[in-house]
Design a protein around this ligand. Sequence first.
Ligand code: PRP
Length: 227
Amino acid sequence: VKRREDAVLTIALSRGKLFDRSVELLLDAGVELSREDFYSRKLDLRSRDGRYRVLLVKPWDIPIYVEYGIADVGIVGADVLWESEADVYEPLDLGFGQCQIVVAGRQEDLGRNDAVLSQLRVATKYPNLTRRHFGSKGVQAEIIRLAGSVELSVLAGLADKIVDLVETGETLRQNALVIHEVIGTSTARLIVNKASHALKMKQMAAFTSTLRERIHHGNHSIHREGG
Ligand code: PRP
């Protein structure tokens, strides 16, 4: 189906940890794409009715595609959103993909006052978030940006602490680290380009309210199953 481009809603998604739940939510909301398409290696998908286009990008690139208006909306973890500092609207907390953003380190350093340390080194994938956190506490920290597996940095002697995500706590446990502070709770968020919000107001409102409805419906059925 051919449609005017301004009648198409473009959604940025990532085939990462939030993907399965995002796909189910979009299918539930009536986005006419097959699971086969979602789970293919294609990066640019069109729904059968031509109302939606889905762009598959990396998690860290979702706020960029949305901020620049290449995608009208995106589904992204709050951790990535907060780190990106992207200038986008965030109308909806989708609730899934919950994890904690924490400061973690050695058990014996738990409760020690960071402010007295002259050279606190913190390794993280989230340098902006980490700078804001220690800055707000008035703690001088040298921030070391890593690409992943940041738990290793403390064991290997690169850093005193890390700022990272904790989901089950298994990675911390298996690397003999403990939570020192919880900075926040991250969940999947719907983000919206500011110009698209105004230009595609009707579609955007319909899409957002359908998602909101489907999330609430989903939560209710979970409660029922739980007894
Ligand atoms: C994330 C996070 C932790 C781990 C937490 O890493 O950075 O390392 O998952 O999960 P857990 O509490 O259930 O053990 P990810 O798998 O995204 O890989 P990365 O460290 O290479 O970024």
